[in-house]
Design a protein around this ligand. Sequence first.
Ligand code: UD1
Length: 415
Amino acid sequence: MDALIIEGGRRLSGHIAIEGAKNSALPACVAALLTDEPILLRRVPQLRDVSTILYTLGALGKRVVRNETSVVISGDGPLSGEANPYSVRKMRASFLVLGPLVARLGRARVPLPGGCAIGARPVDLHLKGLEALGARIEEHDGVVDVVADRLRGARIELAFPSVGATEHLAMTATLAEGVTEIVNAAIEPEVLDLVDLLRRMGAEIDVEGRTLRVAASRLGAAEHTLIPDRMEAGTMLLAAAISRGEATADDVVPEDLRPLSDALRRVGVDVCEDGRSVTVSARGTLRGAAVETAPHPGFPTDLHPPMAALLTLAAGTSRITETVFESRFTYVDPLRTMGAQISVDGRAAAISGVERLQARMVEAPDIRAGAALVLAALAADGATTLRGLEHIDRGYERLTEKLQLLGAHIERQNA
Ligand code: UD1
């Protein structure tokens, strides 16, 4: 099993190349199910999750041609209505194939999803939305069986602005009769990127505040370049900050990173936005701050664990309140073994800043907690051994090389 060996204490500096967003790539690939014509996606990150979704689409009958950072998904042969249980259980985003398959075939069977072990992550909002569009849903032994002779537009009010449910229902609604209104929709940049792709495919979609209006459309071929990955950019900027260095994330959308930039400034990190780049510099004293995650434009839950890593070294007390995923706190125990002082009470973590962290042998429990451990290791005294890289590989392309380019002492070993 591979492990990262990270020797802490090097100040990072330099420029960071940012890949296309994983969370845009996954629904964008699924959108190809809505048409027989080819969809060309550019700036597609080379990540395990992307391979999983492409494998799922291939098994459903699509033709997938992957070429470095671009992917063409096409194929006018018959589609299967049964998703591969292995890939859906492996990754929650595969569940998004359900609605598009029902819209195309009138029937689909998809297992209940897996993915990161964070929170309960039910799919009730997805299923209620599909029901509102006229689908009949049954569940047996962890597999959902959905039938719909025809789908009709409806008003769907989401109890929570779920990213996945918004994407799932927006895609399905493009092939339902009439107009669908999704109220209290998620408006994360990745959701709006999907809307952009669907429009290029011919969909008529209005976005007004948190309401999406989707009209029935005939969808066809499109080309689309994915937005930059704000979670990768945010994690790398936090890595520079925790190392007390200075680094620039290139070719990003600074506005999409603003919730992080604002939080970093409160902690005492200088942040400079320049057109399509964001630079952080963390030479001064870091001070504790209060951070609360929330649906966009709030502070992103995916950056909660790496932000927490930074706050373990900020003077005074910090508080991170989690309002999106109740069990985001998987980073707490391993960070404590490295010397961090963190206590969790319900949905909030209280962090008392310490002077130093110590290298230990730790294991990544999921993608973003894994990122938090990499960051802590970059600042810790000694050499940390980090296992559980299969989680980190789901979300970060060439992480080791990128950190090495910034001057980190990090190596991947087959241990
Ligand atoms: C997406 C992102 C993930 C990010 C999350 C929140 C992808 C592939 N993943 O996940 O990285 O952390 O958005 O920004 O884009 N919920 C329900 N019922 C549902 C659906 C969701 O209760 O039917 C709850 C979840 O349990 C969770 C919250 O809503 O507590 C947010 O989930 P959601 O926004 O759907 O996240 P994902 O789309 O799974």
